[in-house]
Ligand binder design. Sequence first.
Ligand code: AMP
Ligand code: MG
Length: 406
Amino acid sequence: MPPRVSAYEMIEVPLALEAILSRVAPLGIEHVDLAQARGRYLADEVQADADLPGQPRSSVDGYAVIASDAATDLQVLEEVTAGRLANARVSPGTAVRIMTGGMLPEGADAVVMVEDVDEVDGRARLQRKPRSGENVHPPGMDLKRGQPVLCKGSRVGTAEIGLLATVGCVDVPVFRRPRLAVLATGDELVEPHETPPAGSVRDSNRYALMAAAQEAGAEVVWNSHAHDDEEALEAAMREGLSHADVLLTSGGVSMGTRDLIKPLLERMASIQFGRISFKPGKPLTFATTADGRFVFGLPGFPVSSLVTFEVFVRPALLKLQGAQRCLRPRVEAALGHEVRPDAFRLEYQRATLAWEDHRFVARTTGLQSSSRLMSIVGANALLEIEPGTEVLPAGTMVQALLLANL
Ligand code: AMP
Ligand code: MG
């Protein structure tokens, strides 16, 4: 057999990302209950429906008084607790006992903390004079009516849930989550509960990719395994696509005689690229279907499939669900040891970053083989190592994508 040459042009990483992100757009809008909104992306700006607080409120337990009142021995008219309105009006020589969150009674303009007052027989003796406005939250201090509080495309996290509740947004407009199908391919694969016979391996990619997709906010609606057989593969791919917006396949995209995904995609879809200048995962393939679905042909090696997912698929899933920011944050880090770059391809090395001596220091997770999942376990960053022939000495500054909060 003569050496085989890939029919696909090798494209650079930024071009590949652009080829993907220029073709994906938010899928659509739905409304979900406030309690279901966590992790979703807002499809609309949310505004405050009213001033908060609506009326001046006490921020402490104490006595509502008139700051300019010359008297310091005051008659206590009544008590106001949170949620109750005062009946009395505070006038010189009087005070109202007030609890945190209580609405400031008419006439009063300050609250003296309970710690600074002696109350005996219905009279409050102030040990200090307050300033006007002291311990009072004025109307609109936290939120002004009509003020935008959350912007379209922002992720609903814990503080956002609190804000949505605060402004009464219980039917939350969010972008639809992408439906995703995962197909593992390979004659050598057995299920994780099986003991692989000689020459076989357990299918780890299907499960790892489903987890990665769920973490990225996708809804995994279908998954399967197919043998390296044209008919079986085509049937499985068509079925997966019939359920999903995005199909991920693993394996079968490189140059082997049983690597059938690319030729099948040629028939079923339009291949946008079939080779990237990237390590690990050169044969990553991206295709679009005539009816607006997306297929990522991920390489079979477990590390290659997860790293290409991280760098190319995750941003696409985030953009499909309306995220404003699709890419991981980047920082500069100093290599904690020397690193040998790949001669030709941009390499994404798995590492742990730690803050040491006023900078991030990156340490490798060990052997960077594309079959060694242990190189991802515990990694909190991907180091972008530019191609080259010279070893990079310890201390060299490189770019790192942050995979986790450090
Ligand atoms: P392929 O790209 O299909 O040639 O696969 C390359 C190698 O990746 C195979 O020889 C397997 O060892 C491994 N591999 C492929 N698919 C999986 C999978 N689903 N889970 C774990 N390893 C896999
Ligand atoms: Mg294979």
